[in-house]
Every structure is written in C-alpha cells, then in structure tokens.
Write a protein that binds this ligand. Structure first.
Ligand SMILES: CC(C)(COP(=O)(O)OP(=O)(O)OC[C@H]1O[C@@H](n2cnc3c(N)ncnc32)[C@H](O)[C@@H]1OP(=O)(O)O)[C@@H](O)C(=O)NCCC(=O)NCCS
Length: 182
C-alpha cells in the first residue's frame, strides 16, 4: 500500500469513514453550497468542476463520514502525506452536524491511523487564525499550536490579516496521551 493511501472503511464510536469516490461529487457540491461551511475556506460555494478536481486529487486520502446510527452524511475527513513521515489532517462537516463532537472524533481516528497504520512521525493541521471552531478541534485532539504564517491571496477573506495557524502532534505526544487506551 503506498504511504498514506488507506482504502478501507474505518470506524469510531459514532462514525463510519469510507474512502471517497468519484461518485460522491453530488453530495460534496451540496456540502460546499453552504456559505457558513465555506466561510474560512474560499468564502463562496464550490463549482461542480472544482469539486470533481478535488475529489480526483484526493482519492486514497479523503473519507466520506456517515453517522453510524442513522447513516446520514456527516462530511469528509482527510489525511494527506506531506513528506518526511508527516501527514496533514483536515475536515469539513455539514452545518447540521456541528456541535456534536463528531469533527474531533473523526480527526482523532485519522490521527490514530496516521501513527498506527502509516508509522507517521507527526501529524499537522492548518486553518485561518480566525477559524476558532477548527482550532478547537485541533486542541481537543491534543495538537499543539506551532506557528502563525501569512500567505498572499488574490481575493483575501475577512480575517486573512490575522494569518494562518499550524498545529501539530508528534507520535510521542500521541502515544503518551493514549498509553492507557490499549
Ligand atoms: C470546523 C468544524 C469541523 C468544527 O465542527 P464542530 O462540530 O464544532 O467540532 P467538534 O466535533 O469538536 O464539536 C465540538 C462541539 O460539540 C459539542 N459536543 C456535543 N456533544 C459532544 C460529544 N459527545 N463529544 C464531544 N463534543 C460534543 C462540544 O461541546 C462542542 O460544542 P461548542 O461548539 O458549543 O463548544 C466545523 O465547524 C466545519 O465543518 N466548519 C467548516 C469547514 C472548516 O472550516 N473546516 C476547517 C478548515 S481548516
């Protein structure tokens, strides 16, 4: 299996994550049509062509998440190898699913997958500094703030002036936090 390419279904207490497929475009276009979901991403709905390109690019690195009990579509989670035994984790949930702890639950599952299945050395995450909900997910997963950085955008979103933030967790930190789990 190529590093980072995880093609099986993985599950947590309340979520089922299955590998993303080209046939998921419709549901993902609907997800990206919510301005609140896109507020700190592009600030506008994605076009079908954009979603198709992103799905094709992320086959093997992104999962469709469903509520295990109801089967409802929750959103997606991603785990992308970024070199040097490091992975970047990401997530996007339907607004109806916010506030249930599901983003944290799915992200923890992918961090565990990175360390336990792929032998990762560290897992990182990035978001706009003003995206407090996303930063809270990172912190609840035990990730540490590492830096703020600034990027040049053609059409900057409100809050861009605060920059982007990066968080990380190392294998040692994860293992220390979860040594009692096994
Ligand atoms: C970022 C995002 C995934 C966060 O989702 P979220 O639901 O707020 O995150 P969590 O899963 O950690 O849920 C935490 C909330 O659930 C609540 N909660 C309810 N039941 C819970 C449970 N059983 N376990 C844990 N938390 C629970 C927590 O109290 C917390 O509530 P609060 O927001 O009032 O403080 C979501 O806002 C989103 O998809 N945003 C758009 C896309 C985006 O910005 N992605 C990140 C770009 S880098």
């Amino acid at each position: 299996m190529p590093c980072g390419s995880e093609r099986r279904v993985i599950e947590s207490e309340r979520l089922v994550l299955r590998p993303i497929e080209l046939g998921d475009v419709d549901v993902l276009v609907r997800l990206d049509s919510d301005p609140e979901v896109m507020r700190y991403l592009t600030g506008r709905p994605s076009t079908r062509e954009e979603v198709e390109a992103v799905v094709a690019e992320h086959l093997g690195h992104r999962w469709i998440a469903s509520d295990r009990a109801s089967g409802d579509f929750v959103g997606w989670f991603g785990l992308v190898p970024i070199g040097d035994s490091s992975f970047s984790v990401g997530y996007r949930l339907r607004r109806e699913q916010w506030g249930r702890g599901l983003a944290t639950e799915g992200t923890r599952l992918l961090i565990a997958t990175a360390f336990d299945v792929h032998g990762a050395r560290r897992v990182t995450a990035e978001t706009m500094a003003v995206n407090t909900r996303s930063r809270s997910v990172m912190e609840r997963c035990g990730m540490r703030y590492t830096r703020t950085f600034h990027m040049d955008w053609d059409d900057p979103l409100p809050g861009t002036e605060e920059g982007e933030v990066e968080y990380e967790i190392t294998r040692e930190e994860w293992q220390a936090a979860h040594s009692g789990d096994r």
